[in-house]
Design a protein around this ligand. Structure first.
Ligand code: NAP
Length: 345
């Protein structure tokens, strides 16, 4: 049957303006980092993406190496764009990135012009698109002049292969430098994509903090892993379920499940219950409490998770007492596996 998007898809999702640009993003966006490669069926991926779009999630976030294997998420999504989603291309904001490892040898990772320009071409081929909406430098590369990396983003825009550009996991200092370099080159960086959750608040820290920089320079922020890859749910309170991300022990290290971390998760779970939310819903809503955050970028391995997490939008307001209670449990849980990039000053 031909997919037809829900006619009420724009009725419930709030859209937020991305910094000083003309672009709105949904308060919740969907990323295809994990559980959208060939490890899951195409039908399951399609079901989740169509569910998201039917509920106003207009932004799908990708990178060259999302899978597994690397490239598979873009290929699967490209198949959808060529078929079911074809009539909806102009209703979608599609992003990709390059920076982490993608192909062997010295030109398949880092921040060089050689890597970024070639990788974007490869992503467009996999996606079957002429352009992506946002192209990111996926991480800082301290061994490459920042002018070269930011210049490659400008080339992506000038060549018509990206409409906007962003950076991901850059420190506050490097972000300021990147903003100024782009300005000198005659363009604006649209958005920053950092990790952020109740258990990983690095973007609030330092003077100025990354959030301060983004607010003052009117750059958008899309925060990833707001559910801390699943830690901020009740799923790990009774052990490690089969098929969960922690069971795979890849990006979600079993070492994150310390008694101390789980005690905070238990306490946060109780706060969420009092609000009439699941912990995942509260965790997503919490990242959106600051207006400098444009969108919360979630993942989902099932349509049930997605459906439940999108209900975070039903209660985005926090009382000062709730925020104080969350703060009391909000420790750095040692889960920011991207900090090598965000620590480069
Ligand atoms: P997340 O929303 O924090 O975690 C999603 C995972 O948590 C799910 O796949 C699921 O894992 C588990 N989960 C979520 N809701 C659940 C629920 N209600 N009940 C039980 N388990 C639940 O986000 P993420 O997937 O880590 O990252 C989201 C997106 O951010 C990525 O797809 C990517 O687009 C982006 N990202 C960007 C970077 C970067 O460097 N720029 C890095 C990482 C991510 P299981 O069911 O598999 O256990």
């Amino acid at each position: 049957m031909v997919y037809q998007a829900a006619s009420d898809r724009y009725e419930h999702m709030p859209y937020r303006r991305c910094g000083a640009s003309g672009l709105d993003l949904p308060a919740i966006s969907l990323g295809l980092w994990q559980a959208f490669g060939t490890d899951r069926s195409y039908d399951s991926a399609l079901e989740r993406i169509e569910y998201a779009f039917d509920h106003g999630v207009t932004h799908i976030d990708l990178a060259n190496n999302y899978g597994p294997p690397y490239g598979a998420a873009e290929e699967q999504f490209g198949r959808m764009l060529a078929t079911d989603l074809k009539p909806y291309r102009d209703e979608l904001i599609i992003s990709s990135k390059a920076g982490w490892d993608m192909w062997p040898g010295p030109y398949g990772f880092g921040g060089s012009r050689k890597y970024l320009v070639a990788s974007l071409d490869q992503s467009l081929t996999r996606l079957g698109l002429d352009y992506v909406d946002i192209f990111y430098s996926h991480r800082i590369d301290a061994t490459t002049p920042l002018e070269e990396t930011i210049g490659a983003l400008k080339t992506a825009i000038d060549s018509g292969k990206a409409l906007y550009a962003g950076i991901s996991s850059y420190s506050a200092t490097k972000t300021l430098q990147a903003i100024d370099i782009a300005k000198d080159m005659g363009f604006r960086l649209l958005i920053h994509q950092p990790s952020y959750s109740i258990l990983n608040r690095w973007i609030e820290q330092g003077s100025p903090s990354l959030l301060d920089v983004l607010g003052e320079r009117h750059m958008g922020a899309i925060v990833f892993s707001p559910v801390a890859q699943g830690l901020l749910t009740s799923k790990y309170l009774g052990g490690v379920p089969d098929g969960s991300r922690a069971a795979e022990d890849g990006s979600f290290k079993k070492a994150f499940l310390t008694e101390a971390n789980l005690a905070h998760v238990r306490a946060l779970n109780a706060i969420a219950e009092k609000r009439g939310q699941t912990l995942a819903q509260m965790a997503i809503a919490w990242t959106l409490r600051d207006e400098r955050v444009t969108s919360a970028l979630i993942g989902a391995s099932s349509v049930e998770q997605l459906a439940s997490n999108l209900k975070a939008l039903d209660n985005l307001a926090f009382t000062p007492e709730e925020l104080a209670a969350i703060d009391a449990e909000s420790v750095d849980a040692g889960i920011n596996i991207w900090e090598d990039s965000s620590k480069v000053r």
